[in-house]
Structures are given as structure tokens and as C-alpha cells.
Design a protein. Structure first.
Length: 364
């Protein structure tokens, strides 16, 4: 046990700060399940997309309502930059976050579906967050890259990290170095090629040593169905005139989102879920520069067209402030990221323990 009474005040401050950081981070801890996308240097698809020259990780699931709620509770007590969209609490088709309180003391909580037919695959926080703009997604990436801090929306929480957002009206390019850590950003919005490869590529599509691209992100070249459960090649997408959740036509009071991963036998080769349904997802155009548009790919609960979820469809471009009931996101990463609390506790242990060892060596 380290006796803080025998440690200089400056070292005590570092130890206590690190320990407090671990407790704060744990309070808002968001764990993103990531899958590794290997086979670096793969060839592009006939569409021209999908070639990635490096190994990376990408979210196994879309970012969920619970995860986004934790983000809001950490940095949106005032919500200077509009991370919360009122539709997140009122649009019955996708609603899932309730906001209470007043500016300066806002609080957020996941809610269950507001109405319509209730199904087990629609819990309070397990569905994907929608009504997020590209800027919302980039600020979430910044927050994750900065270690999930709490406080005002500023350069150390949401406005810098993976992306320098402060004062910009165009979507910026990703930072090479996160100024808050001095390292490459640990999380980012996937590039179009990263998203495409995770969805459609398989290094063994034609057998061992025979790579290729599937037409759909369910490891299939056949149009997917929309039955929830463990049947292969199923997605949260309309079929005929029937929605996946209800099996019937549109009802304005019905929530149509399913918990991420509900189509348990319908994964991509690398293990991602819902790239063909539930919510469309933001991406960064491959090789992009700062600009007035960003990409969206994948399917959503209200789509009825196979083409929109296939590899044959080109990315949709939208202004980065665009948000609607069918658009969410997932994040990608270039590194293995330890839990924020683990980082802080390790820092505390190294700092305080290291000082204790130094004291012993001095006495020796």
C-alpha cells in the first residue's frame, strides 16, 4: 500500500487525478465491440470500392441508444452544439432517449419504444441511435478518442480529437494526431472503403485462397429476407409491403428499430451486424478533403429496395448536418483501445508505484 502522506504534494495530485479520472470514466464507460478486418492490401471490388491497405477494426454493431445516452450525460448538460435532437425523444418510429431538466443541468435516459406493437427485440437502449448528423458522429468519435471525458463541449471533450470541429461549417478531414493525447486518434468514422470492405469482402468467398465480394453484407448474393432471429440472410428491411418488426404495413405510432445484432445468423465475413438494415450509416468519402458533403451507406428499417443495401449501390452523399430517422453510425479504429478506467488506473499505479520504488532505491 502506498502512503500518500509520505508522497510529495505534486505526486499526490497526479495520483489522485488519475484515480478520479478512472472513476469519472467508469461512470460514463462506453465499450464498443469491435471486429478486426484483416487481409490488408486486398483488391477493390468491380465497383472501385473496398481496397484497404492496412488492418483495422470496425464496430461490430451500430452505436446504440444507451451508448449515445452515456455520451450526452457526459458532455451535454448544456448541449452547446445540439448533440441531442428532439426527434430522439418524440419520433415514435425510432425514439429512444428522453431529456429532462433545463440548460446547464440536462439529463438523458434511454426509453423503450413509445407505442405500437412491442417485441422482445426492442429494448430501452439496445437499438441504434438515429437522427444523428455527421457532426454528431464526429463529436462522439472525438469523445471516445479523448477517453470519454465529462464536461462542457470544448476542445478536450467533443470539439477536437479525431476531428477539429470548432468553428467549422464544412466537415473536416481526420486529424493525423489527436492533440489531446499526442497519438493517432483511437476512433474515427470509417472511410467508405473501410465500411465497404467490412460489409462485403471475404478472403474466402470462392474457397480458400479465392477472395471476392458478396452482393449483400450477409455473406450472400441472394436478396435478403426480413425475419428476426437466427435464420441466415435476414435484415431489418421492408419486404413487399411488410416491415420487419411487424410483418404488416406502416403504422405511424410503431417503433421499427430492432436491437443491434438481432439477426443473429446474418453477419458479414468479419462479424459485423446490420450493415444492410436497421439504420444507414455515415462514412467519410475515401481520400476526402474537407467539404460540404459526407457519405451514407447501408440499409434502414424503412427501405424496401434490395439495391440500396447491395454493393452495387453507390454511396449517398449528404450535407454533414443532415439527420433523419434512418441514419445512424458505427466507428472504426486503427488501434487496440484499452478501457478508459484501465488506462487511468494503470497511470495511477505507474505514477504512485514508480515513486514508491524510487524512494526505496534512494534509501538503498
Amino acid at each position: 500500500m502506498i502512503s500518500l502522506a509520505r508522497v510529495p504534494r505534486g505526486i499526490v495530485s497526479v495520483c489522485v487525478a488519475a484515480l478520479l479520472f478512472s472513476m469519472v470514466s467508469t461512470a460514463h464507460a462506453v465499450t464498443l465491440d469491435m471486429v478486426t478486418v484483416g487481409s490488408p492490401g486486398n483488391a477493390a471490388d468491380t465497383t472501385g470500392y473496398g481496397a484497404v491497405g492496412y488492418e483495422y477494426s470496425i464496430g461490430k454493431y451500430e452505436v446504440t441508444i444507451s451508448q449515445y445516452s452515456a455520451f450526452l450525460n457526459a458532455v451535454a448538460a448544456t448541449d452547446t452544439y445540439g448533440l441531442y435532437n428532439a426527434n430522439m425523444g418524440t419520433n415514435a418510429n425510432v425514439a429512444g432517449i428522453a431529456r429532462s431538466g433545463a440548460p446547464g443541468s440536462y439529463q438523458y435516459a434511454p426509453t423503450g419504444p413509445l407505442g405500437g406493437v412491442q417485441i422482445p427485440q426492442a429494448t430501452a437502449g439496445g437499438r441504434p441511435i438515429t437522427f444523428v448528423s455527421w457532426f454528431n458522429a464526429a463529436r462522439f468519435a472525438n469523445w471516445m478518442a479523448n477517453g470519454q471525458p465529462s464536461g462542457a463541449q470544448n476542445g478536450t471533450t467533443t470539439e477536437n480529437g479525431a476531428y477539429l470541429i470548432s468553428g467549422t461549417v464544412s466537415a473536416p478531414v481526420r486529424n493525423t494526431i489527436n492533440p489531446n493525447t499526442g497519438l493517432a486518434p483511437t476512433f474515427h468514422i470509417p472511410t467508405e472503403d473501410e465500411w465497404y470492405k467490412a460489409a462485403y469482402y471475404s478472403p474466402t468467398k470462392g474457397g480458400a485462397g479465392s477472395p471476392g465480394y458478396w452482393l449483400y453484407p450477409t455473406q450472400s448474393d441472394t436478396s435478403p429476407g426480413n425475419s428476426i432471429g437466427n435464420t441466415a440472410n435476414q435484415v431489418n428491411l421492408g419486404r413487399g409491403s411488410a416491415y420487419s418488426v411487424t410483418g404488416v404495413g406502416y403504422v405511424s405510432s410503431q417503433n421499427y428499430l430492432t436491437d443491434v445484432g438481432s439477426y443473429t445468423a446474418s453477419v458479414s465475413y468479419y462479424g459485423t451486424f446490420d450493415q444492410a438494415g436497421n439504420a444507414r450509416e455515415w462514412n467519410d468519402f475515401t481520400g476526402t478533403t474537407a467539404g460540404t458533403e459526407r457519405g451514407i451507406r447501408g440499409g434502414e428499417w424503412g427501405f424496401f429496395s434490395d439495391f440500396t443495401v447491395s454493393s452495387a449501390d453507390n454511396t449517398e452523399s449528404r450535407r454533414p448536418r443532415f439527420a433523419d430517422s434512418g441514419v445512424g453510425f458505427r466507428l472504426a479504429s486503427m488501434v487496440v483501445v484499452p478501457e478508459p478506467s484501465t488506462v487511468a488506473l494503470t497511470l495511477a499505479g505507474l505514477t504512485c508505484g514508480g515513486y514508491s520504488m524510487w524512494r526505496r532505491s534512494k534509501r538503498a
